[in-house]
Design a protein around this ligand. Structure first.
Ligand SMILES: [Zn+2]
Length: 213
C-alpha cells in the first residue's frame, strides 16, 4: 500500500464517529465494535458502496485489544481494497495502539491539532511499525514537507478547519461543515487521496466521486 499512498489516487471513506452518533452512540465509539458490530459494519458498507477504496478502523480515540481486533475484522469485512488503522495523532499510548492495528494495511494518524503533535506522532509511528504511515492535520496550515521527511508516506488535512491552501497535500478529507453533499464536493480541494470527515456520509463520497479526480 505504501506505493499507492505515495503516488496513487484513492477515494477514502467518510465519517464513522458522527455516523455512529446518529445511530445512538453514547460513550466511546470503539466499544461499538463489540456491542453494536452490525452498526459499524453498516457504516463501512455504505462507504464502500459509494466507492470508497480505503476504510479506516473504528479506533480513532484508542481501543482495547479486543476492540481493535474487532475493528480490523469489521473493516476487512466491508470488502474495501485497503484497511487503514485510524488513531487520533494525540492519543496517549500511540505505540501500543499501533501495535494492536498491525493487521491493517497502513496506519492513519488523524487530525493533529499542532505541528508539534503531528511530527511527534509520525516519528513515534515510523519507529513502531513497518506499515506505511499517513498523517492528517486539523489546522489551516501544516508542515507537510517536514512530515514527509519524518517518514510519512502521505500528509495532508482532515476535519475542521479546512486547509487555507491545500497545494502540496497528499490527503484532504474535510468535515461537512453544514454543506450539502454537492456544495461540499465542489469545495473540496484536489488531492490524490480524498474523502470526508465529521458529518459526511456516503452521499458526500458519491458527490466527490462525481467530481474530477
Ligand atoms: Zn472530523
Amino acid at each position: 500500500m505504501r506505493e499507492v499512498l505515495r503516488t496513487g489516487s484513492l477515494l477514502l471513506d467518510a465519517a464513522m464517529g458522527t455516523a455512529l452518533l446518529a445511530r445512538g452512540l453514547a460513550g466511546r465509539a470503539p466499544a461499538w465494535n463489540l456491542s453494536h458490530a452490525s452498526a459499524v459494519q453498516e457504516v463501512h458498507a455504505a462507504h464502500v458502496g459509494a466507492g470508497a477504496e480505503v476504510v479506516l478502523t473504528n479506533t480513532f480515540v484508542g481501543a482495547s485489544p479486543e476492540e481493535a481486533a474487532a475493528a480490523i475484522r469489521l473493516a476487512r469485512s466491508s470488502g474495501a481494497t485497503y484497511v487503514g488503522g485510524s488513531l487520533w495523532a494525540g492519543v496517549g499510548d500511540l505505540e501500543t495502539q499501533i501495535a494492536q492495528l498491525a493487521d491493517a494495511d497502513s496506519i492513519w494518524l488523524e487530525a493533529a491539532t499542532s505541528a508539534r503533535m503531528a511530527l511527534a506522532a509520525v516519528e513515534s509511528a515510523v519507529g513502531a511499525t513497518r506499515l506505511p504511515v499517513v498523517i492528517t492535520c486539523a489546522m489551516p496550515s501544516a508542515p507537510l514537507d517536514e512530515l514527509r521527511a519524518a517518514g510519512a508516506a502521505a500528509a495532508g488535512y482532515a476535519c475542521s478547519p479546512w486547509p487555507a491552501d491545500a497545494r502540496g497535500a497528499d490527503v484532504v478529507k474535510p468535515a461537512a461543515d453544514g454543506l450539502s453533499p454537492e456544495e461540499w464536493a465542489r469545495k473540496v480541494p484536489w488531492a490524490r487521496l480524498r474523502g470526508g470527515c465529521c458529518g459526511t456520509d456516503e452521499r458526500y463520497l458519491a458527490a466527490l466521486r462525481a467530481t474530477a479526480r
